[in-house]
Design a protein. Structure first.
Length: 507
């Protein structure tokens, strides 16, 4: 591998290839500001670095910057070449972020921000930072600009990075204000939420205020802050929560082998993303998410964008996102894969993984709350909501207009609801499965078991109705409900309007 680099036209030596337990990383020659005058009245100092990354570059390329004392602000801008490529060939895409003098080791102790490819410039200083970045002092030492060559064209990826240091009094860093862990709520009830949302703190276009307003308009009770590879938005919700809206904090951990939502982690938690499935590091960070009080939720596991397809397996998952945004064939595949996992759980008597749905809304016309996960929880709090999601006491609906009640009863007056087990006296004991639906005009109800769909009924045109079906544990190891719109493509199922987690039947 080779890489060229120059600053102000002067050649700079490459530091070589650093190989660790995770994906390899290339470290370029150091950018020095040793000749810069310091002091409150010192002029700004700027260096520009140019180079070309070849095809086959490591996932992350670090550009060290020697920062002297007395720096008030570090500002970075970059550009890169986007030459046309033949059809079917990936062009250039280059992400960017920064680590401070504490280093770039996995775990992110030195992490100070990431914007991916969402913006071409950023700054960091004590009192403020660009969204996606963490405000704090610019301390002396070796900082590292992190470049992520997401895709590289056959001719290579030419880049130009400009670093500006501004001197003067550092100012003070405000204490972050994080959302409370509990909202007033309605006691034990069904609460609606959207746990996959993006703001201006990553590649979204909405502000946190606009997201909060959209969440309330969509009838949501809770949301989860889930920016790509940064926690900078955790402190951006001051004044936006309330008795009617719980704001959870998390991250969309965006690796080269798939994305995973860290849902409901402690505010200020950073989860590293700089590894692939082959590096055998995901389990370590999944455990870190749970230690921080969060859930591990693989996102859009069958998305077709580069690096989006989930390749880490589901052994560490607490739930899985089977419905992401407007319903598409990708979701149909994710739903089928999840259903297969239910069969495997029944066969092996192992724990099952619950399904959830989120909007992944970035900008207009993306709809916040399409879809939404409706969770049965003891209260509107972080602990209760995450417990309900983990247990599968939830269903997914396309909007707040759709409500479901689903359960099974049998034997001696026994009953089980969504995500629960109904244990009756024998495998041939009759069980009645009952679904009540509102807000789904023109839809059909489907009861899906480990054999597949065994019962279908057309709902009244009003969209409100009740459907019942009789079965036994020997005939259906579990039953879950789907409410679907009419099919628009012959031979393919209609889009989902709602979906429940299963009720398990045991004789």
């Amino acid at each position: 591998m080779s890489a060229s680099q120059s600053a102000h036209g002067r050649p700079m030596a490459r530091r070589g290839l650093l190989v660790g337990t995770a994906a390899t990383a290339l470290t370029l020659g150091t950018v020095s500001f040793a000749d810069a005058a310091t002091g409150d009245d010192a002029p700004d100092r700027t260096r520009t670095v140019r180079g070309t990354l070849p095809t086959g570059s490591p996932d992350y390329v670090y550009l060290p910057v020697e920062v002297p004392r007395g720096v008030r602000e570090i500002a970075v801008s970059y550009t890169y070449g986007k030459a046309p490529v033949p059809a079917g060939t990936q062009g250039n895409a280059l992400d960017i972020g920064i680590f401070d003098e504490r280093g770039t080791e996995l775990g992110g102790h030195g992490f100070r921000g990431w914007s991916g490819g969402a913006r071409s410039s950023f700054f960091v200083r004590a009192d403020e930072a660009t969204p996606g970045y963490i405000a704090g002092p610019v301390r002396a030492g070796t900082w590292n600009i992190a470049l992520g060559p997401y895709t590289v064209a056959p001719e290579g990826l030419p880049y130009e990075v400009t670093i500006t240091l501004r001197f003067g009094p550092t100012g003070s860093t405000p204490e972050p204000v994080y959302p409370p862990e509990r909202a007033k709520g309605r006691g034990r009830a069904w609460y609606r939420g959207d746990c996959h949302l993006h703001s201006v703190h990553s590649d979204g276009k909405r502000t946190p205020a606009e997201i909060a307003a959209a969440a309330r308009a969509a009838g949501l009770d809770f949301i989860n802050s889930s920016e790509h590879n940064t926690y900078s938005a955790h402190s951006a919700w001051d004044g936006l929560w309330g008795d009617d809206l719980l704001v959870l904090t998390g991250e969309e951990v965006t690796t080269r082998n798939g994305h995973v939502i860290a849902l409901g982690t402690d505010p200020g938690t950073f989860v590293d993303w700089r590894y692939r499935a082959r590096d055998n590091r995901f389990g370590h960070y999944a455990k870190a998410v749970r230690r921080a009080g969060g859930l591990v939720v693989p996102a859009h596991p069958h998305a077709t964008c580069i690096g989006c397809h989930w390749k880490f397996g589901f052994g560490e998952a607490d739930a899985v996102e089977v419905w992401n945004g407007a319903y598409t064939p990708e979701d149909e595949i994710a739903l089928a894969e999840w259903d297969n996992s239910l069969v495997a759980a029944v066969r092996t008597s192992k724990p099952w993984v619950a399904a959830m749905g989120n909007s992944d809304a970035h900008r207009e016309p993306d709809k916040v709350g399409l879809p939404q996960t409706v969770v049965l929880a003891d209260e509107l709090s972080r602990e209760a909501i995450t417990a309900g999601i983990r247990a599968g006491h939830s269903y997914i609906a396309e909007s707040s207009a759709v409500t479901l009640s689903f359960g099974a009863s049998g034997g001696r007056g026994l009953h089980a609801g969504i995500g629960e087990r109904l244990r009756v006296d024998g495998d041939d004991t009759p069980v009645t499965v009952r679904l009540e639906v509102t807000g789904a005009p023109g839809c059909t109800a489907h009861f899906v078991t480990d054999q597949g769909t065994l019962f279908t009924a057309t709902l009244p045109q009003s969209g409100t109705g009740t459907v019942q079906w009789r079965t036994t544990p020997v005939y259906a190891a579990y039953v879950r409900a789907e409410v679907r719109h009419p099919a628009t493509v012959p031979g393919l199922p209609g889009a989902l309007a709602a979906l429940t987690n299963p009720v398990f039947l045991e004789g």
